[in-house]
Write a protein that binds this ligand. Structure first.
Ligand SMILES: [Zn+2]
Length: 970
């Protein structure tokens, strides 16, 4: 569709005020939202999925006569806009290319260097895209999360959460870019350019004291092995640095010191070369044992603290590193003590026996088992290490005096506690792999001492969540199944950050800014208020806690400076639109957004106002299966077009149809321009068919009855699936099944007339939710106003006819049987037979088949004697006693494998005779004759007629000149 036509209809919808939500207490309502996007760049075709689903649902409910509310906004909190503005400032080539692609003049770029401006600018772009795609958003409720009124709303939300004891302050380790601020480390890599799958490694540091009072701080994952230490390792070449903390001086690698500063404060001082420490003695904590310090190549100064405890009996690498020492140095070490025991070999699982076999220390045995003989044997050494650590942790018990017989896992906790008491041991966290922010900086882990958390671990709160879940429709089903467990596993979640971060300062502790997951859990409630704030000019200063208490909770007198009538009106609106009918979002929200959304509603509102539905959809991916990213769009030659080009190329309806129907909502689908091309073609076919269906005049009554009955089914299916949030199935009914029905109608001899005109009238309305522009084009002259405000057709507009459907199903089955028999002949390039002679089953055959089926259903084996017994008592069957046994024998196996015949009585002879013209055209026969089995002796040269069964006539394919077709099964 040309963009002018699309724009024309968009303007018509706007002028009709279709998108404006209006409370009407006499009417049902539908209110759904789509997770508002973060302003991180321009939208591309991959972003349309949720918004297209939501628009289709709202349009459908509007056509059911309901009042609908479909607001939109921009989630500007957090980093996206900050990062975007920085990229504009840096004139990042990808960002610049995107700006050019979207026609933004260079003169406007400097304004985008301000994050708040960038957020509003991108938000306006998104609204524009929604308009051009025909999405009917109520713009009077449009918001960004950095608007002053939204901030007032968030302040109320957090005041209430605190009142309800839902917040707590405690120590937290968080991922931070030192330049950009806090980032989320998760596989979506929203904030990152690398390291989304990194895990957090937690070290314990162990203080070893030099005689001069300085402390070498070793980092370990196994602090209990302090009892087996023979020496310390420091880096071979890299210097250590001093780190001073609470009056003490520690020596660690530079990377270690930087991590310690992030996590525990203190200062980094001067460097110390390895040679200065080589051979010097330190005293181990807890044991008081003096051990020497040696440089070794096994120390990676980037990992941990750059100082490593050497435990040769239990650490395969330490055992091998001893070889780097001189004989004299080795002899200066105390013998490596074995400090823990694992069960004897015969009690170990087979997989571990090899590891513990042979002689020597556990580390020596593990090295032997994996073939590690020197430090350079990295894979074998790593295997030895991982397997031995696992074995000792899961099955080991301590053999040292202090912890005799204590399981290793318990000893570890006790050693950590004992070390902690010294105030010279620290938890040290680091990522398992490098993590890099979107702007290319290294991300670190920072310890935050008084972090605010939302107490999602609270069991009573979880119980509220479970109760709310029971009255919700969650799709897809597997997510509905997982959600209770996700709630159970939810832990307290940090809800505030400091740093360069957009959002709302916490009202009672304004150094902290609410982070974006926490300020997007209750906002559907605020959309309702937002319309009034905008239209009635309510000042943010009037949006006090008293105001929100009244509007959302019905508590208190409201805000005294604000008109009471207005507040009552807003309260009424809130109670009208709430509960929210559906929250629509991508699968990345499954764990992050939906559970807090659910829990916050359960905490703040009474159960009857809790949300009614969650609808999760998959991603639009690139060829690699990754979620489409803006990089795919902006890169020159990239396969993904920016929105404005995609709209110009395919038009809004084809794009909408691709998103609504390419995959089940829960699945990802790969973006492919061919999908959009195909949708354009399909919509052209549909437009042509809908226009051709216009007409007047009576048709063939049986055929019209069948067409209406088919329409009854199609409309009922489309309606049902749209009500149940199953867009793909609904689209299948409207865009595939319905045209197929019309095609069959014409193939069976139907012509455009009254009947097809009625079908077209309904069809055009059904096209409106998914392809609204096309629906309007086709509706011109048919409907007094806009198709979008017509009623969605009701299945009741089309009478069902079971007889007509049964007749058509019967005919389709006969066609199948004919095709199956003829296919091998046609495959051999034989010409089609000249004539088909049908033999319709004698009516007595219905009963024996019915009895056999009854027997099968009750689990019995069909029994000829039993059938005969019943037949003897049946006047109609007595005359056929001789034929029954053979018949029963033949159909018993078929009755097992085939479904039952239609319960609707049909006149097979009549149906086949009226379909003669159709079958002739379809199969190329020159003649067709139809006979009842009992009258067909004279026309049955191949003795086929006794094979006829009710619903499955036998037939004979004859060739002119008397040559019979090869014998066929049926
Ligand atoms: Zn950064």
């Amino acid at each position: 569709m040309e963009s002018e036509r699309a724009a024309y209809w968009q303007e018509e919808w706007r002028r009709a005020g279709l998108a404006t939500a209006r409370r009407d207490p006499n009417r049902a309502k539908y209110y759904a939202i789509v997770a508002y996007p973060g302003p991180s760049g321009f939208l591309h075709v991959g972003h349309l999925r949720g918004i297209v689903y939501a628009d289709a649902f709202h349009r459908f409910h509007r056509m059911l006569g309901e009042q609908v509310f479909f607001p939109a906004g921009v989630h500007a909190s957090g980093l996206p806009a900050v990062t975007y503005a920085q990229k504009v400032k840096d004139r990042n080539p990808t960002t610049v290319h995107e700006l050019e692609q979207n026609g933004i003049p260079a003169a406007d770029w400097p304004k985008l260097e301000d994050p708040e401006y960038a957020a509003r600018f991108l938000g306006a772009q998104y609204l524009d895209v929604y308009r051009q795609v025909g999405v009917l958003v109520d713009e009077s409720a449009y918001l960004t999360t950095v608007d002053d009124d939204y901030r007032a709303f968030i302040r109320w939300q957090f005041d209430r959460l605190r009142d309800q004891d839902a917040l707590v302050q405690k120590t937290h380790y968080s991922a931070v870019c030192p330049v950009c601020g806090p980032v989320a480390v998760d596989p979506s890599e929203t904030d990152l350019s690398a390291g989304g799958t990194a895990e957090i490694v937690r070290y314990t540091t162990v203080p070893f004291r030099l005689q001069d009072g300085r402390i070498l701080l070793a980092a370990t994952l196994r602090p209990e092995t302090i009892y087996g230490v023979t020496n310390l390792w420091i880096p071979l070449h890299d210097p250590l640095v001093s780190w001073t903390h609470e009056g003490r001086t520690y020596l660690v690698s530079r990377a270690g010191a930087e991590r310690l500063v992030e996590q525990h404060g203190g200062r980094i001082g001067h460097e110390i070369r390895p040679a200065e420490l080589k051979g010097r003695s330190v005293t181990a904590p807890l044991t008081g044992v003096p051990v020497p310090v040696f440089p070794s190549s096994l120390v990676d100064p980037k990992v941990g603290a750059g100082v490593v405890m050497s435990v040769p009996a239990h650490a395969p690498a330490d055992s091998l590193a001893l070889a780097e020492l001189t004989v004299q140095e080795r002899e200066s070490l105390r013998p490596a003590p074995v400090i823990l025991a694992v069960p004897p070999i015969h009690e170990l699982p087979a997989s571990e026996r090899e590891l513990a076999a042979g002689t020597g220390s556990p580390a020596e045995r593990a090295n032997r088992a994996t073939g590690a003989t020197k430090l350079a044997d990295a894979p074998a050494l790593q295997e030895a290490t991982e397997r031995l650590y696992r074995l000792e942790f899961t099955r080991g018990t301590m053999t040292v005096r202090d912890y005799l017989g204590v399981p290793v896992r318990d000893a570890r906790e006790r050693v950590i506690a004992a070390l902690g008491a010294s105030k010279q041991s620290f938890e040290l966290q680091e990522f398992s792999e490098p993590v890099v922010c979107r702007n290319g900086h290294s991300v670190v882990i920072r310890r935050v001492p008084h972090q605010w958390f939302i107490r999602y671990s609270d069991p009573e709160w979880k119980a509220l969540g479970h109760a709310a879940l029971r009255s919700m429709a969650v799709s897809p089903e597997d997510y509905a199944h997982d959600l209770p467990a996700i709630l159970d596993w939810m832990d307290d979640r940090p809800c505030t950050r400091r740093g360069r971060w957009m959002g709302t300062p916490l009202p009672f502790d304004p150094e902290w800014i609410v982070e974006p997951i926490a300020d997007s859990t209750f906002y559907p409630a605020y959309y309702v208020v937002r319309r009034f704030v905008r239209e009635r000019g309510i000042l943010p200063s009037a949006l006090t806690d008293a105001f929100f208490d009244f509007v959302f909770l019905g508590e208190g007198p409201g805000e005294p400076t604000l008109d009471a009538g207005l507040q009552q009106e807003i309260r009424a609106d809130f109670l009208y639109w709430y509960p929210l009918d559906c929250n629509i979002g991508g699968k990345e929200h499954k764990r992050v957004h939906f559970p807090p959304f659910l829990l916050t509603h359960a905490k703040l509102l009474p159960p009857e106002l809790g949300p009614r539905g969650i609808f999760v959809h998959g991603w639009v991916t690139g060829a690699s299966g990754e979620k489409l990213s803006k990089k795919d769009v902006s890169a020159k030659g990239g396969r993904i077009l920016p929105m404005r080009e995609a709209l110009a190329l395919w038009g809004p309806d084809a794009l909408r149809l691709v998103h609504a129907s390419s995959a089940l909502p829960s699945y990802d689908f790969e973006w492919d321009p061919a999908l959009a091309d195909a949708a354009v073609g399909r919509l052209e076919d549909i437009a042509r068919m809908a226009r051709e269906a216009a007409g007047a005049g009576a048709g063939i009554p049986e055929l019209d009855a069948w067409l209406f009955s088919g329409m009854h089914g199609v409309v009922a299916r489309a309606t049902h699936h749209l009500r149940e949030n199953r867009p793909r199935e609904a689209a299948e009914a409207i865009y595939v099944a319905l045209p197929a029905l019309l095609k069959r109608y014409y193939a069976r001899g139907g012509v455009p007339g009254d009947a097809t005109d009625r079908v077209a009238n309904a069809w055009i309305r059904m096209l409106s939710p998914f392809t609204p522009h096309l629906a309007e084009e086709l509706g011109v002259g048919r409907f007094p106003g806009l198709v979008a405000s017509e009623r969605f057709p009701s299945a009741e507009e089309f009478p069902r006819s079971e007889v007509a459907e049964a007749a058509e199903t019967f005919l389709a089955m006969v066609e199948d049987d004919l095709r199956n028999v003829m296919r091998p002949q046609l495959d051999r390039s034989e010409s089609a037979p000249d004539e088909v002679i049908f033999y319709v089953a004698a009516s007595w055959k219905r009963l024996p088949e019915q009895w056999i089926r009854e027997a099968l259903e009750s689990g019995a084996t069909p029994n000829i004697a039993k059938v005969m017994e019943r037949a003897n008592a049946h006047p109609e069957l007595v005359a056929h006693r001789a034929e029954i046994p053979k018949y029963v024998q033949r159909i018993a196996p078929l009755a097992r494998s085939e479904g039952p015949p239609s319960p609707i009585p049909i006149d097979e002879v009549d149906i086949l005779r009226s379909a003669q013209g159709y079958l002739v055209k379809r199969f190329g026969f020159s003649a067709i004759s139809v006979h009842r089995e009992e009258d067909a002796e004279a026309v049955d040269p191949m003795h086929r007629r006794d094979r006829a069964r009710p619903g499955r006539p036998a037939f004979y394919l004859a060739r002119r000149g008397g040559a019979a077709a090869p014998p066929s099964a049926e």
